[in-house]
Design a protein around this ligand. Structure first.
Ligand SMILES: Cc1cc2nc3c(=O)[nH]c(=O)nc-3n(C[C@H](O)[C@H](O)[C@H](O)COP(=O)(O)OP(=O)(O)OC[C@H]3O[C@@H](n4cnc5c(N)ncnc54)[C@H](O)[C@@H]3O)c2cc1C
Length: 462
């Protein structure tokens, strides 16, 4: 890859002057006006403030700002809502951040095509609310909905809570517009589901974590707004029953929209922290089953699961607030305060082997870090597990031994070291556990073809 040296200090001053002239005082923040939040995403791993935060308000401004940075060889880090968990939006010393904060708004909801066209800085929850007001479901949902942006969702190909039904972000993307490193605008905001006209640049940019282009606008497919939603929390005695329950749910519940499992330690701690007593004795596995229909189908399903001996106990939420209690345990926000320094590893393994992984991972981590908290939860219906790890007081994992242990096991089981959070900086060292040298070489070739000077989010992913 041809790389240009970053601009000399006097060159940076001249560049910042030109950017300030282009974007105006609200569009180019320097010095004391750089917000502290530009330092790190939600992984809290970022240490550096950027040289400046650019806040373009139009696609043309994004294009012209990037063209100036490209000409100067100036590295640029795209930033959305800064809720990422892989360090992908963290600036290095000397980087300029390009925030999509002012490129917001829904441009169109087309009820016939069932699509939404919107700008990349729009917060996910705003898109969901606008879709609901028009009688549709916005098909992406995740815990960070109140802060993350749809551009960030596309750039990380976010998964989330309802992938089992609606797929990952890329599965709901019909059109995309992005600005390349040199300012070229690639725009294809079509609303059609079928479009086999050569290479699919939309899918290349989805999941590219700001390294190939700055996403500026997108067209999302909308789904019908469900008339009802029913949720149950099931207690199971072993993982074989979790797998059998999943198979039954797939055949018996056409409206299945979530199948989320909590391993015993995770459920027990979160139940205690939340002050709830849903199951007096935390079961070996607790599973949330959610369907987009009234309770009749779910009730019948639970009865069948009881008859087949798959579940030991179950609670069918009678109110929205009861369902919320189930999700409170699953989201586990109370753990963040209770276990300072908690890390959350996100991996994907064939669903039948998830518990094998959990057992091996728990014993290897506890052998290396006696007294650590290690617990497991995740989108089991999508073969996606999260590992929550908190080290004992005074212990720091400076060598990233926990990642090494977990990702080594993932490699041995043929899984993916990142199911949904991306690679960013935090997983870069282990990319080779899930991708072959030939694949990584092809990725590098694509990066060079689209960003010859390597100015877009350098040091991330590759
Ligand atoms: C409480 C919580 C729950 C979460 N739950 C989930 C979950 O269930 N599933 C899941 O997948 N993730 C989850 N996440 C992670 C995070 O919310 C997602 O990765 C989200 O998609 C990031 O969006 P963002 O706007 O905050 O992006 P940022 O954090 O700002 O950036 C993420 C990456 O995308 C790039 N980027 C951002 N915007 C653009 C753009 N417009 N163009 C090009 N590149 C861009 C950045 O450079 C960076 O590499 C969770 C995070 C939190 C804090």
């Amino acid at each position: 890859m041809t790389r240009q040296e970053p601009p000399a200090p006097e060159g940076v001053t001249a560049l910042l002057d030109r950017l300030a002239e282009l974007l105006g005082p609200q569009g180019c923040l320097t010095g004391d006006r750089i917000p502290e939040g530009a330092r790190s995403d939600a992984s809290r791993s970022g240490r550096n403030l950027p040289l400046a935060v650019l806040r373009p308000a139009t696609v043309e401004q994004v294009s012209r700002a990037l063209a100036l940075c490209h000409a100067a060889g100036q590295p640029v880090v795209p930033q959305g809502g800064m809720t990422g968990l892989a360090g992908g939006a963290n600036p290095r010393t000397g980087d300029i951040a390009l925030s999509l904060q002012r490129l917001t708004g829904i441009e169109e909801i087309d009820p016939e095509a069932a699509t939404m066209t919107l700008k990349a800085g729009t917060v996910l929850q705003s898109a969901q609310e606008a879709a609901a007001a028009a009688g549709f479901l916005f098909p992406v949902d995740l815990g960070a909905r109140g802060s993350c942006t749809v551009g960030g969702n596309i750039a990380t190909n976010a998964g989330g809570l309802r992938v089992i039904r609606d797929g990952m972000t890329r599965d709901n993307l019909l059109g995309l517009e992005a600005v390349l490193a040199d300012g070229t605008v690639l725009s294809n905001l079509g609303k059609t589901v079928k479009n086999n006209t050569g290479y699919d640049l939309r899918h290349l940019l989805a999941g590219s974590e700001g390294t190939l282009g700055v996403i500026t606008r997108a067209v999302f497919r909308l789904r019908p707004l469900p008339r009802a939603r029913s949720t149950a929390l099931c207690a199971l005695g072993n993982y074989a029953d979790v797998l059998a329950l999943l198979a039954l749910a797939r055949t018996d519940l056409p409206g299945l929209s979530a199948f989320e499992a909590m391993w015993q330690d995770y459920f027990a701690l979160n139940q205690r922290l939340a002050g709830l007593r849903l199951f007096a004795e935390p079961p070996p596995f607790a599973v949330i089953v959610e369907v987009q229909s009234d309770t009749i189908a779910l009730q019948g399903f639970l009865e069948r699961a009881f008859d087949e001996g798959l579940i030991a106990d179950a609670l069918l939420a009678q109110t929205e607030s009861q369902a919320q209690d189930f999700w409170t345990l699953r989201d586990g926000h109370a753990m963040d305060n209770h276990l300072p320094g908690l890390i959350n590893l996100d991996v994907s393994i064939s669903v039948g082997r998830l518990d094998d992984f959990a057992r091996a991972c728990r014993s290897a981590l506890l052998a290396r870090f006696p007294g650590a908290h290690v617990s497991f939860f995740g989108h089991v219906g999508d073969s996606n597990l999260h590992v929550a790890v908190a080290f004992p007081d005074g212990v720091e994992d400076k060598d990233h031994a926990a990642d090494d242990i977990a990702y080594g096991l993932v490699r041995d089981l043929g899984g993916s070291i990142s199911a949904e959070h991306g690679i960013g900086t935090l997983k870069r060292a282990w990319l080779g556990h899930s991708r072959s040298p030939a694949e990584i070489a092809a990725m590098r070739a694509i990066k060079t073809a689209l960003d010859d000077r390597g100015i877009l989010n350098p040091g991330k992913v590759l």
